[in-house]
Design a protein around this ligand. Structure first.
Ligand SMILES: [Zn+2]
Length: 316
């Protein structure tokens, strides 16, 4: 009786294994390239537009305005709502003269992390959230939809999708909204400096600044500028290949060691950085006319897809 029962169990197990194996054969395992294409399809132009319009609706995001801590807290809360429960403010002190008046304020980068499954090295996905207007009064009105709510929208959208898809990155992903870029890259210089002195292993830094303006949407192909630095040409070539497969954009790189956005702070500290940037420059740049309606969210979506593919590729 005992022997028969064992035999029966053995046959049953063999049958189950056979069913499981043949079940797997019906659906071949998804390749890395297919997986990346599948995930970037979740990038939504409606989501991107909703973040930009929400950020513009804050009135001003000027670093020296009275509401600057509140702005940072609202962005942090957005990460928390996505499920990044430990999203936090990273503060630093800034002393600055603006239009002849001295200011001393605390400034706040916003950081949300997705822990890596393999090691403690870090990929940074970042954009500055502050804004400035050159003509008017930035303390009261500074909408900054394209510069740079569009970049923050990219960071938020990638963070949202990764959480929803329960993505477990190879390396730690650090989503960062940088403070006080418009006054001299202060937020990124603070963070990159901290990483350099802590000896952090930064695999790469992806920066977004102005990624939603397209002068002539009917003229194709749409272009994206993937600006690289002396130490990141290889990374730019990888990004260009992934851009071609995962977006409708044609990429180019017209500059190296570009020093007017947050990626430069990482390059300064020896880290590999890329800067995703639109090809055209709008006449509303740094004016109160930089509003959501100036942005093209279909174009913005393509820039996010192209760059998201690189983040996925490095963290598969
Ligand atoms: Zn900017």
């Amino acid at each position: 009786m005992k022997i028969r029962k064992r035999k029966y169990h053995f046959l049953l197990s063999a049958l189950l294994i056979l069913v499981a194996v043949s079940g797997c054969q019906k659906e071949p395992p998804i390749t890395k390239a297919e997986y990346i294409q599948h995930i970037v399809d979740y990038v939504s132009s409606d989501s991107l537009e909703s973040y930009v319009s929400w950020l513009e609706g804050m009135g001003t995001r000027f670093a020296l305005a009275d509401n600057h801590r509140e702005v940072a807290e609202r962005i942090r809360n957005r990460f928390i709502a996505f499920g990044y429960l430990s999203a936090r403010l990273d503060s630093f002190y800034l002393t600055r003269t603006f239009r002849g008046i001295d200011y001393s304020t605390w400034q706040y980068n916003i950081i949300a992390s997705l822990p890596g499954r393999e090691d403690d090295s870090i990929c940074i996905v970042g954009a500055h959230y502050d804004n400035i207007v050159s003509g008017g009064d930035p303390f009261t009105l500074s909408p900054g939809a394209n510069d740079n709510a569009s970049g923050v929208a990219a960071v938020l959208e990638i963070a949202r999708i990764m959480k929803e898809r329960r993505f477990r990155p190879k390396h730690t992903l650090r989503f960062t909204a940088f403070a006080a870029e418009e006054l001299g890259l202060h937020g990124s210089l603070h963070q990159a400096g901290q990483d350099a002195s802590a000896g952090s292993s930064i695999k790469m830094m992806i920066n977004y600044d102005m990624i939603a303006y397209l002068e002539e949407p009917s003229t194709t192909p749409w272009l994206v500028n993937i600006i690289h630095y002396d130490n990141s040409e290889g990374l730019k070539n990888e990004a260009a290949e992934l851009c071609a497969v995962n977006s409708t954009l044609v990429s180019y790189s017209d500059n190296t060691n570009y020093n007017r956005s947050d990626s430069y702070a990482y390059y300064m500290h020896g880290f590999r950085a890329l800067f995703f940037h639109q090809s055209d420059i709008e006449s509303t740049y740094h004016t109160v006319g930089d509003v959501t309606s100036v942005c093209n969210f279909q174009y913005c979506r393509e820039v996010v897809r192209a760059s998201f593919a690189l983040v996925l590729d490095k963290n598969y």
